[in-house]
Structures are given as C-alpha cells and as structure tokens.
Design a protein around this ligand. Structure first.
Ligand code: 26W
Length: 817
C-alpha cells in the first residue's frame, strides 16, 4: 500500500479536463450540461488546487523537518485579491486550463469574472502583506502567514445620490474553494477572568484564571511561489464556540442562551474593522487581535516546533514579524507562554522574546498609533497587563540608568501613558522588537527623528528601513499581460523574478518602433478599462483623453480635495469664459476611494467628487473635454484594470504624512507618470526615474514643518491666488449641490480656517505642475519615452527586493532550495 501523498494530475489538457470533470461530477454532484457558473467556477478552483496540493504537502513536511529559520508574518489584514488567475500563473497552468475549459465549452474569462475577491484588508497595509507572502513563496523562504478569516471583509461601497453607503461583503456566500478547514488543529484562546499567585514546588508563580474561551479553527490557504514548485501556507483563524460553551448551556437547559453564546464567540472573526488610521479602541478589536495572535503562537509552538525543543534556541528558529501594532499583544503573550506555561524565569524569557519579534511601522499620523486603555486591557487580558507593567518597569529602569532622572524622557518613553492610563502599543513593539522598520527612506528617517526619537537615541541599532514593494506577478504579468509580452519580447523571460532587469528597457525608450508598440499597449489597456467600466457602472472612457487617476483610501492627508480643486479650477476657467473649452487638454479623471464609515469629512469629500462629476460631465460648455469617473467599490480587482490604463498617477499627500504608498509603485511599473509631492516612496521613485520623468510639486517635509512653526493661516493662500478663491467660491455657491449652499460648506470652511493637511498652501504649485503635465502630454512621443523610462527604472520596487532586504537587515533567515 503506497501511503505517500498523491501526486499531481498530469499537466496536460486531457489531464486537466479529466480532473475538472471529476471535481464537477464527484465533488459538486452535477453534470457539465446542467452546471451553473458557480458549479463550474468551484470545480475549476478545486482542479487548480489539486495540481498544487502535492507540492504543498511536501513543503509542509520539509518545513517541519527543517532546522532553518522560519518567518511568521503576523498581520490582521491580507488584501489578497482574486486567487484563480494568480494560482494558474504560479503553477504554469494558464494555457492548459484555457484549452481544457474551451474543450468543455467554457470561456475561462467568465470563470475569472465569477470569483469574489477576498477583501480581508483595508488598503495599503493589507495589500502589502499579500505581496509579501507572494514574494516569500517565490523566494522559497520558509514562512507562514497568520491572520484572521473574517466572515465579512472590507464593506462593499455603493453610492446613493452620490453618497457612500456601506453594504456587507459576504465574500464566502458562493463557497470558498481555496481554503482547507482544519478543525483538528484548533486552538483554544481564553479571555478575561483574574490572575493569582501560587506555590509551584517552592517557587512563587503567577497564573491566569480566564473567564471564558473560544475555539480558533485554522483555515489554510496555499501560497504558491511563481513557477518554482514551492507552496507556502497562509493560516487564517476563525472563531467558534468551545465545547465548554455548549456544555454549560446544555446543562442549564437554556437553548436560547446556548445559541447566544455561540454567536458571541463567532462574533470575534465576524467582520473586518473598516477604520484605517484612526483606531476606535473597541473591545471587539482587541479581542480579534489577541485571538489570532494567541492562536498563532500556540500553533507555532505546538505544531511546528519539536516537542522537546530547547526554547533558548527559539530565536534561531523563528522570527515573528509584526505588521504594524495590530499584533503587538503577541509580545506579552509570548512572555506568558514562556514564563507561566513553560516555566522559564523572567530574564531568560525576555531575552528570547526580544530576539523573536520585529516591528514594522506603517504610519506617521499620531492619531493612527494604537493605544489600549489600561482599564479595557486589564479586563480582557489581566495577566498580559501585569506583564506589560513589568516590561515597562524594567525598561524605565534601563532608561534611568542610561539618562539619569530625566523626568521628561521617562514620561515620554513610558509604555504606559497617564490620563487616561493606556498602553502605547508602538512603544511596546519598539522596546520588545529586535528591529523596528519604517516602509520608505523618508518614513524611516522621520520615525527616528520624530515619532520614536527618544528610542532612537537610546537604541539606534534597532532602527532600519525597508522600502515597500509590490508583486510584479499580479501587478504586471496578470494586470498588464500585453505590456508583459512586450517586455518579454524585448528582454526574454526571467525579468518577473529579477525586476531590476527592466533597466535593459532604457535603450528601447530610444527606439521608435518600441515606443509605438508601448503606446499601443497603453491604448489597448484603456479600451479594456472602458469595457470593464461600461459593463460595471455604465461609464465610458474616450480614447483620446489623458487618463488621470487617483485611487486610494479617502483620507484628508492624502488630499483628494487638492484633485477636486484642480478639476473645479479647470471647469471654472471654461464657464467663466477665461479659457476656451477647445484649448483644454481632454482629460478623464478617475477616482477610487472608500471612506471609513465613521469618518464624516471623508464621506463628504466623496459626495463632493460625485457632485462635481455630475455637473462637469453634463455641462455642454465643456464640449466633452473633461470627464470625472468615480466607480464605486474600488478594490484589488478594479485596481488591476485601472492601473495599466493610467497615464498620470496622482500621489499628492502632504509631505511627511504618507508612510510609503504602494499604488505609486504599481503605476510607475505600468508606465504612468507621477505627479507627486516629495513624500513616502515618491521620493525614491523620483530619484530613480529622474526629474524629467516625474512632476514634482508642493512643499517638502522641512518646509511643511517650517510653515507650521510660523503659524499656518490657509486664508492667506486663498487671498493670494485668484483661481483658488474662485474654485472655493464655486463650491460654496451651491452649483454642485442643486443650489444648496450648506451641503459642502463644511469642506470649504475646513479648508479656509483649519486645513490640517495644507491643501491650500500647495494648491498654486499643484496647478502649475498640472500645466506642465498638459504641455508634456502634447508631445505624445516624448511622453511615451518618459513612460518607458518609468518602467525601466522602477524595478527596485519589486516586493522580492523588499523581502531580500527584510532577510538581510532583520530576519537573517535563508531561502531554502
Ligand atoms: C487601527 C487603525 C489603523 C488601521 C490601519 C491604523 C493604521 C492602519 C494602517 C497602518 C494604515 C495603513 O494601511 N498604512 C499604509 O501602509 C502602507 C504599507 O506600508 C503604506 O504604503 C501607506 O503609506 C500607509 O498609509
């Protein structure tokens, strides 16, 4: 009897057809002739899965047996995007699957379109995690991603009268063919209760007596490397009621209470919090964080490590990378496991813990830094609070030792802040982590100089930078197949896993035939986007328009309002008669943005964009030369269509506020030119592509600081620029709100009297830069040359390079062959 894992089905069209029919007939229980689109999609996904499973099982076995160091990536969000196409590409099955389905009378594109993307993240941070697990697998780094299997991902956005309405994202409704549920590998995660000390054979120890617990059930996802035969694991935890829950209620005979308890437990992984950047301090969110982190550590310690493992060697075996502060409760959890459960003494446990964690910070906004009230933390995780206090006490002793009784410093560096007493999670991560990194050069520098300045003074060796990156498999090869073909025709294969090779395209920028082909690809991508938007939302995109795109979360610091003021200015120039419509460079402005449901100003800006769009799009005086298109529900799937079609990439945050940005990289790699501030990774993009191929505007970060220090009065900027005043007046006048002057008044008065993100201060410079854009676009061939140079010079932004940097600077883990 052969008990080895099954081998993959034959990688032939016939083999694929057979496997597909087996899945359709035996698993779905339907005949091809009567199968629905969903049946076919699910059978197709299972078929692709079948080809990957053998490799996956082998990699899991190897990872357990292997002594090499592994990376556990801890992230509350993974914004994966659709899986089918990615998994076909990774396994090299795209052509075979296409032919096999055609033989069954199925168009593979209809199957692609049928998939609902798992939107288990908000934006940049979650998408970065998804790019990173792709690169980890492609680079054959032993690693596992841990996270939460939210039943509802990021909300589905619809517009009613131009305003955002949130609908639940029931992404699991059609079934979820890419996951494997493993109830036998469930962990128990406890909460609340109290702590007590006890005599453990003459040693006084603390222990936690929790009040309730839930079951964490893992769902495993395959993460295939790009055509390298490697398949890593993403393990997402789902909360279920424990047996104890059932038993208690069974005994009490209270059926209604039993069902209620079940719901209570399941609530923990029910829904992704849609706030990105302003933590709400909600108990359920802390429950989510502890839930997935405790399950992950227990999983690693019990399932991955050998039973008799010498824990002092733990740092040689694993590094837990903390994706922002969301998983930082893992630090006291590791201490609790080592001290309370494994009975190590405190100092030994702390020495281990400090080497097993590293922390990535993704923000600079002070309001985005998570803090948990001592009250809440003590109620939900009493033992962890004690541990945090002790970590803090010892840390402050070290501060005192180093700097003396510097009360300012002690107060400012304390992990616990007063009034109201709360735990600063970023400080806890910085104290505990072996390394702390920012996500772009400027961001890392500002982290050291501002947010974590005192910590940098005390332990400068901890701080490092890893500039973000994006996976070229999804955002070039899959999103832009025609460009990929053009590149392969020029460079041969291999560039997708060695993206610096794009440099070789520099010389092609001087080749007129190549430029023509490149421009042809861009035009084809615009037509393809046009088809998608027509079908999806009824929007049309004219062939001869400059496509000007701003897609990202709606946030004041990102300054969608600056873009709105630009559009309103162009409109006002024409309707006031100062500029003839025929003199406008035809442009289509595309927006994509979700606002956090509780973020009133962001929602108002969404309303304004839609309102300006409906006026501008229907005013005959513009002769169709300006169009504003705002497709609802921007997500990874739409990004893959919009980005390859774009001419101009809007990266216009106030300098010093955008940690990195990753959309900016995707646009440049797809041949859009950037109009941007000197912020986040824009700085590095501009350095690489050169000033001639980038439209820089606005204040630099030091200039921003200086203006703040002088005292920023936005009204003065409105006084100084006639067109800015006219644009603001037009918005106030009610022309965009059916004559109602109150609708958008809060936006205008916020800009005039507060303007935290200095929109008005950068307006004049932005408009001037947009005129440079128009002038540059008029010479289409020169524009295309710049676009090619953008592609050629931004290979640095592959997430493969980011992962190599993490390996060199932080993890010191080796890829295994
Ligand atoms: C709890 C509220 C909350 C939720 C999410 C606070 C902060 C966050 C994230 C840190 C926000 C985020 O996604 N940050 C983005 O991370 C990207 C990946 O590093 C960067 O490219 C973006 O600049 C940064 O805004």
């Amino acid at each position: 009897l052969a008990l080895a894992p099954v081998s993959s089905p034959p990688a032939t069209v016939d083999g694929f057809v057979r496997e597909f029919l087996v899945n359709l007939n035996l698993e779905r229980g339907v005949a091809l002739s009567s199968a629905t689109e969903t049946d076919k999609y699910l059978a197709l996904a299972s078929t692709v899965r079948d080809y990957l499973v053998a490799r996956w099982l082998e990699d899991q076995r190897r990872q357990r047996a292997d002594q090499s160091k592994a990376v556990c990536y801890l992230s509350a969000e993974y914004l994966l995007g659709r899986q089918l196409d990615n998994n076909l590409l990774a396994s090299g099955l795209t052509d075979i699957a296409t032919q096999a389905l055609a033989a069954c009378g199925i168009d593979i594109d209809s199957m692609r379109a049928h998939e609902v993307e798992p939107g288990l993240g908000n934006g940049g941070l979650g998408r970065l995690a998804a790019c990173f697990i792709d690169s980890l697998a492609t680079l054959s780094v032993p690693s596992i991603g841990y996270g939460i299997r939210y039943e509802y991902g990021i909300f589905r956005q619809v517009f009613r009268d131009g305003q955002q309405i949130e609908k639940p994202d029931a992404w699991l409704a059609l079934g979820s063919p890419w996951e494997f549920r493993h109830p036998e590998a469930a962990q128990t995660v406890s909460f609340a209760g109290h702590t007590e000390t006890y005599d453990d054979d003459g040693v006084l120890r603390s222990r936690w007596v929790p009040a309730w617990s839930v079951r964490a059930v893992p769902y495993n996802y395959m993460v295939p490397g790009y055509q390298n035969g490697r398949v890593n694991t993403l393990r997402l935890w789902s909360a279920e009621a424990t047996k104890a829950f059932d038993l208690r209620t069974f005994n009490s005979g209270d059926y209604v209470e039993a069902v209620r308890a079940q719901t209570f437990a399941e609530n923990i992984s029910k829904v992704l919090y849609p706030e990105d950047s302003t933590p709400q301090g909600k108990e359920l969110r802390l429950q989510q964080q502890y839930f997935f982190v405790a399950a992950s550590i227990a999983d690693y310690m019990s399932k991955v490590l050998p039973e008799d493992f010498d824990l002092t060697k733990l740092p040689d075996r694993v590094i837990f990378q903390l994706n922002d502060t969301h998983p930082v409760i893992a630090v006291p959890e590791m201490m609790r496991v080592l001290v309370d459960e494994r009975k190590l003494d405190w100092d030994a446990a702390w020495a281990i813990t400090q080497k097993c964690f590293a922390y990535t910070c993704h923000t600079l906004l002070p309001e985005a830094l998570e803090v948990w009230s001592v009250d809440l933390l003590g109620r939900l995780l009493p033992r962890h609070l004690e541990i945090i206090y002790r970590i803090n006490d010892e840390f402050l002793l070290a501060v005192r030792e180093r700097f003396g009784d510097d009360e300012r410093r002690l107060r400012d560096m304390s992990i616990i802040s007063e009034n109201p007493a709360s735990v600063r999670m970023a400080y806890l991560a910085t104290v505990a982590g072996a390394k702390v990194n920012g996500v772009a050069e400027l961001h890392s520098q500002l982290l050291r100089e501002k947010v974590l300045h005192d910590f940098d003074e005390m332990m400068p060796e901890k701080f490092t930078n890893v500039t973000n990156g994006v996976t070229p498999r999804r955002f070039m090869r899959l999103a832009n197949p025609e460009l990929s073909e053009l590149i392969t025709a020029a460079l041969g294969t291999g560039w997708l896993t060695d993206l610096e090779r794009l440099r070789e395209l520099e010389s092609y920028a001087e080749d007129a035939d190549f430029r023509a082909a490149f421009a042809g690809v861009k035009a084809a991508n615009k037509r393809r986007l046009n088809e998608v938007l027509l079908a999806r939302d009824g929007f049309a995109i004219a062939d001869d328009h400059l496509l000007d795109v701003m897609v990202k979360r709606l946030h004041e610091y990102k300054r969608q309002m600056l873009k709105v003021l630009h559009i309103v200015t162009l409109y006002e120039r024409v309707v006031s008669g100062r500029v003839a419509a025929s003199d406008l460079q035809p442009r289509t402005f595309i927006f994509g943005a979700k606002a956090a449901p509780g973020y009133a100003m962001a929602k108002r800006v969404i309303h304004l964009i839609n309102a300006v769009g409906s006026v501008v799009n229907s005013d005959p005086r513009l002769e169709g030369r300006l169009k504003v298109v705002f497709p609802p529900n921007y997500n990874v799937t739409l990004a893959e269509r919009v980005i390859p079609a774009a001419d101009l990439s809007e990266q216009i945050s106030l300098a010093g506020k955008e940690a990195s940005g990753t959309g900016n990289m995707k646009f440049a790699l797809n041949g859009a030119l950037t109009i941007g501030t000197d912020d986040g990774a824009n700085v590095e993009i501009r350095e690489l592509v050169g000033d001639d191929n980038f439209f820089l505007f606005g204040m630099s970060e030091p200039e921003v600081e200086e203006l703040w220090a002088r005292g920023y009065r936005p009204g003065e900027f409105a006084q100084a620029d006639d067109e800015l005043r006219r644009a603001l007046d037009l918005i106030s006048s009610g022309v965009f709100s059916g004559g109602d002057r109150s609708t958008f008044e809060p936006i205008v008065s916020n800009l005039l009297y507060d303007d935290r993100f200095m929109v008005l201060a950068d307006y004049t410079s932005y408009i001037a830069a947009q005129e440079r854009v128009d002038a540059a676009y008029a010479d289409r061939d020169a524009w295309t040359r710049s676009a090619i140079l953008n592609v050629a010079r931004t290979g640095f932004f592959s997430s493969d390079r980011s992962i190599r940097d993490y390996i060199d600077r932080i993890w010191h883990a080796q890829p295994v062959r």
